[in-house]
Design a protein around this ligand. Structure first.
Ligand code: NAD
Length: 262
């Protein structure tokens, strides 16, 4: 990616988004850290020599104004990474308030779609661009996360729909589905007792959490010209979690051995 490649990362002030900012900057992009938390966005931008903007993916009018200001003041946005998102506690449907449900869907599903559409308008005029949405392994399995998991399934579907819609205009749209990743959001849920780290890593064949930088490397690949024929895919980066979850029906993971008995 050349030095004038401008990348916007929503949710760029923390966790996976911040890691994407760091990796894209290291690969030569000018990164605009867009987040509802401006102070933390400015801290990440200062660290990587990028720019920071306050932006709320839940607010259409404000997001449109922010996107227009970025295009006018910084330059043409070539890459959009949609990492802004919120988690939820694993409550029963009868205990999960519709207020929480609406908020999770508003940010994780609607916010991802809205940011893609808002930033794609200028990409469509230029007939070039690359969008990477952060989905989740929760989008591919049933989980007791009755707002979050369907919203992430929708992010994978939105990715495919927009890839087909905008492919003729040269815009690629892909998603990355992180497994359980060591970020402030996950740590907060662990600290509150809403997630158990032993259970989380126990279903991953590699037996560990994913690091934010490992997600960011996959995002940077999909955003880059090296992935020029890749569009409409969902790439899990999950230490094997999606492959390994059914192993518990057969007694769990086992020592693969060293081949000496063969
Ligand atoms: P995080 O809380 O560390 O970072 C999320 C960032 O999004 C924060 O900086 C927050 O201020 C920002 N944000 C929240 N609402 C916003 C809004 N309305 N507009 C703009 N910015 C907003 O979380 P994270 O763990 O890095 O999660 C990032 C993404 O990765 C989310 O979409 C999440 O669903 C997804 N994900 C995380 C994990 C994990 O294990 N951490 C696993 C799968 C998917």
């Amino acid at each position: 990616m050349d030095e004038r490649t401008i990348a916007v990362v929503t949710g760029g002030a923390s966790g996976i988004g911040a890691a994407c900012c760091r990796v894209l900057a290291a690969k030569g992009c000018h990164v605009v850290v867009l987040d509802i938390d401006l102070a933390r966005a400015e801290a990440v931008a200062a660290e990587i020599g990028g720019s920071a903007r306050r932006g709320d993916v839940g607010d259409e009018a404000a997001l449109r104004a922010t996107a227009a200001a970025i295009e006018a003041e910084i330059g043409p946005v070539a890459i959009l990474v949609n990492s802004a998102g919120v988690l939820q506690p694993a409550l029963r449907p009868t205990e999960l308030s519709m207020k929480t449900w609406d908020h999770v869907v508003h940010i994780d599903q609607r916010g991802t779609y809205l940011a893609a559409v808002v930033f794609a308008e200028a990409m469509l005029r230029r007939r070039a661009g690359s969008i990477v949405n952060i989905a989740s392994i929760a989008g591919s399995r049933a989980m007791p996360l009755h707002a979050y998991a369907p919203a992430k399934t929708a992010v994978i579907a939105i990715t495919r729909c927009l890839a087909a819609e905008w492919g003729p205009a040269g815009i690629r749209v892909n998603s990355v589905s992180p497994g359980y990743t060591r970020t402030p959001a996950l740590q907060d849920a662990i600290d509150k007792g809403e997630r158990d780290v032993t259970n989380l890593v126990g279903s991953a064949p590699m037996g560990r959490l994913v690091e934010p930088g490992e997600i960011a490397e996959a995002v940077a690949f999909l955003a880059s010209p090296q992935a020029s024929a890749v569009t409409g895919i969902d790439l899990p980066v999950d230490c094997g979690w999606l492959a390994g979850t059914s192993w518990h029906s057969y007694g769990g993971f086992r020592d693969p051995g060293n081949g000496a008995d063969a």
